[in-house]
Design a protein around this ligand. Structure first.
Ligand SMILES: Cc1cc2nc3c(=O)[nH]c(=O)nc-3n(C[C@H](O)[C@H](O)[C@H](O)COP(=O)(O)OP(=O)(O)OC[C@H]3O[C@@H](n4cnc5c(N)ncnc54)[C@H](O)[C@@H]3O)c2cc1C
Length: 391
């Protein structure tokens, strides 16, 4: 069994920044990732842009230089993460998923299995469905298949940088499992010429509505709130979506709940104060207090994502609050289990409203590195032009 001082689970941006900090502190570390590095960005739609400026999502002091001084796209950022891994020669054990974690007097043993993808995205959802079918013996192949061969690692400490967008937040209506229904935008081109109903009112739903309109889909948005959440929508998306709704290019049913998804459409019903009947769009109708079915060739349920709590539970990390956030000490990021630390969006549990991002997680890395190394460790080296105030 390989032996390390620290095992980092997850190789998203914050896990990678953690690995560089521990390398700088000469701490012997193993990093284990269920998919490719940055696998969470791997399932975003092509060309998705970060809202943060590049310098705020740059990690380990390595400048993130983007064409035309713009915001980084998913592709820019994945290229950048590969570059960071190569620059520091990080040894990331990719396509290995941590499936077991036990504690004894010498620390922890992490047990892994070979894995085909990261924890999140469509493939993770399909995996969950397969596991469920296996357990119930409904997959037609009998008892659970033999688990794939894995590895065991002995580590003295663990950093959980596992993220928090592992499974879609289900709407919980009949028809959610139909083949033309998805919780992920994916490749916009596939929706050309399709009638698409998008459920959700936050950035991901609004961004998808605008992009799909531009690829030639007939888009209708359905949301529970009576108004667009103007102060929560990215400032460059808001005027666009408002204009498209006003001009009747995108339909909006506000103040409605989804009751059922059928082969042909989405059944919606007004909530208190709401009414069906699109406020705009090619299929605008008189507003009504009745249950109606909106025709749809495809349905996107963009209602957010939940964290998989299994690793926390296995290790005995307490989860608290409505969002099931792990309990940890702010100064060190160490959880209630001595030797287990948590970093990045993993600290937020299943955030109802995202408050933890890459840009405010760098400090987690600084605190953990200090706690483990026993001294300050340079995490984000000085910016290239810092100190220019003298000129
Ligand atoms: C569309 C979109 C735009 C965003 N834009 C911004 C932005 O502009 N600025 C910003 O700061 N943030 C942004 N975010 C949020 C944030 O960037 C991402 O969520 C980011 O990926 C978080 O980094 P992380 O390292 O904490 O976790 P992740 O990147 O999610 O990494 C966690 C990793 O852990 C792995 N993992 C989990 N469980 C296991 C296991 N059991 N075994 C092995 N590996 C495991 C996963 O496969 C994954 O690769 C955005 C999010 C979305 C969805």
């Amino acid at each position: 069994m390989e032996h390390y001082q620290v095992g980092i689970i997850g190789a998203g941006p914050i896990g990678l920044e953690m690995a560089v900090a521990l390398q700088r502190a000469s701490v012997r570390t193993v990093q284990i990732e269920a998919g490719a590095i940055g696998s969470t960005m791997g399932w975003w739609a092509p060309g998705t842009k970060y809202f943060s400026s590049p310098e705020r999502i740059a990690i380990a002091g390595v400048p993130l230089v983007v064409e035309h001084e713009d915001k980084a796209t998913r592709e820019d950022y994945l290229r950048y993460l590969r570059q960071v891994v190569m620059q520091f020669g990080l040894d990331v054990r990719t396509y290995e998923r941590v499936v077991g974690a036990t504690r004894d007097d010498d620390g922890f043993v992490l047990r892994t299995e070979k894995s085909a993808h990261g924890v999140g995205g469509v493939e993770e959802q399909q995996r969950a469905a397969r596991m469920h079918a296996d357990v119930d013996g409904r997959d037609g192949v009998g008892p659970r298949s033999v688990p794939p061969r894995g590895m065991e690692y002995r580590v003295e400490k663990i950093v959980l940088a596992i993220g928090n967008m592992h499974t879609p937040r289900l709407v919980g209506v009949p028809g959610e499992e139909l083949p033309h229904v998805s919780h992920y935008l994916g490749e916009p081109h596939r929706y050309f010429g399709q009638r698409v109903v998008i459920v959700g009112g936050r950035n991901s739903a609004i961004e998808a509505a605008i992009r799909l309109y531009r690829v030639g889909a007939k888009v209708t948005l359905c949301q529970r709130r009576l108004e667009l959440e103007r102060d929560r929508i990215k400032y460059w998306l808001l005027p666009e979506v408002e204009w498209l709704i006003k001009k009747g290019q995108i339909g909006l049913h506000a103040g409605v709940g989804v009751r059922e998804i059928t082969e042909r459409g989405v059944v919606i019903e007004p909530l208190a104060g709401g009414a069906t009947g699109a406020a705009g769009g090619p299929r605008a109708k008189a507003r009504s207090s009745e249950r109606v079915e909106i025709g749809a060739d495809a349905v996107l349920l963009l209602t957010g994502y939940d964290q998989n709590p299994e690793l926390f539970e296995m290790l005995g990390v307490e989860l608290h609050s409505e969002e099931h956030r792990p309990r940890f000490a702010r100064e060190t990021m160490e959880t209630n289990v001595p030797g287990v630390f948590v970093a990045g969006t993993a600290t937020g549990g299943s955030q109802q409203r995202s408050k933890i991002f890459i840009e405010n997680s760098h400090e987690h890395v600084e605190r953990i590195a200090r706690a483990i190394a026993g001294r300050d460790v340079e995490v984000r080296e000085r910016a290239v032009f810092e100190g220019n105030e003298e000129s």
